[in-house]
Design a protein around this ligand. Structure first.
Ligand code: DGL
Length: 258
């Protein structure tokens, strides 16, 4: 007998309910997998913190989940990916760490030299990762990087429709909409605002990174020989919010996505 726990689930981490927008894509490509989702709502928003703060917080969650039996970690959060993915990959070498890749490439390829608005948190916009990607694709599209203050907080309050959040989205996007061909959602929370964004920017194509991340997760699990091959999959939701209503918000948002 050994005391070593059987590694049995894929951890999905976000600062709150944002990463739930990646869960349907993950479950679609890996229907047999057991997913444990952790929303760090007690510490949201990550995007207004320093890189060091986010790295430390996410490392604490990843560490606890690996000890609990996580066989892979999906950072379903662009901000956590920018701040902590490389660090975690270095620290937990035998656990695949999959991050979000903002969908700049699919947006750039959808049309001849489009004008692409990239919505992301202030931290993601500040960090090198996004700038490097935009520079790599600079010959194919014009990218406008837009830090979106306040949107994560709205989604965390459950405001994913209605006039107040629509006004906020309009204030952020309106100065850039002239000639815009597409919008990249560079924060997983914004996928919950897709309907509002479509109202504010009618006819502008919207891209997010959920399916790319799900495909990458499947590839990494298969490559490492740790994908679950039989049985039914499951989803467990956990969060760090002291608010008892928070679980209900998570279920409501998941339902809207299905
Ligand atoms: N869902 C996170 C992301 O994708 C939001 C970060 C935050 O809490 O500000 O960037």
């Amino acid at each position: 007998m050994t005391n070593k726990k059987k590694k049995s689930f894929v951890a999905v981490i976000d600062s709150g309910v944002g990463g739930l927008s990646v869960v349907p894509a993950l479950r679609a490509v890996l229907p047999r997998e057991n997913f444990v989702y952790f929303g760090d709502a007690g510490n949201a928003p990550y995007g207004e913190k320093t890189v060091e703060e986010v790295r430390e917080t996410v490392d604490g969650i990843a560490n606890a989940m690996i000890k609990d039996g996580a066989k892979a970690i999906v950072l379903a959060c662009n901000t956590a990916t920018s701040a902590a993915a490389s660090y975690l990959r270095e620290k937990y070498k035998d656990v695949p760490i999959i991050g979000m890749e903002p969908a700049l490439k699919p947006a750039a390829e959808a049309k001849e030299h489009p004008r692409v608005l990239v919505m992301a948190t202030p931290l993601t916009i500040r960090e090198d990762k996004l700038h490097a990607l935009a520079e790599r694709l600079a010959g194919e599209a014009d990218f406008v990087l837009i830090p979106c203050h306040g949107l994560v907080e709205s989604v965390e309050r459950g405001e994913v429709g209605g006039d107040k959040v629509k006004r906020l989205v309009a204030d952020i996007l309106s100065p850039h909409l002239d000639g815009a061909d597409s919008i990249v959602l560079g924060c997983t929370h914004y996928a919950h605002l897709r309907g509002v964004i479509e109202e504010v920017a009618p006819g502008v194509a919207i891209f997010d990174g959920a399916e790319g991340t799900a495909r990458e997760t499947k590839g990494r699990l298969v490559e490492a020989g740790i994908a679950k091959r039989c049985g039914k999959g499951s989803l467990t939701l956990k969060n760090s919010s002291p608010d008892p209503e928070y679980a209900a918000l998570s279920f409501r948002l998941l339902e809207r996505l299905n």
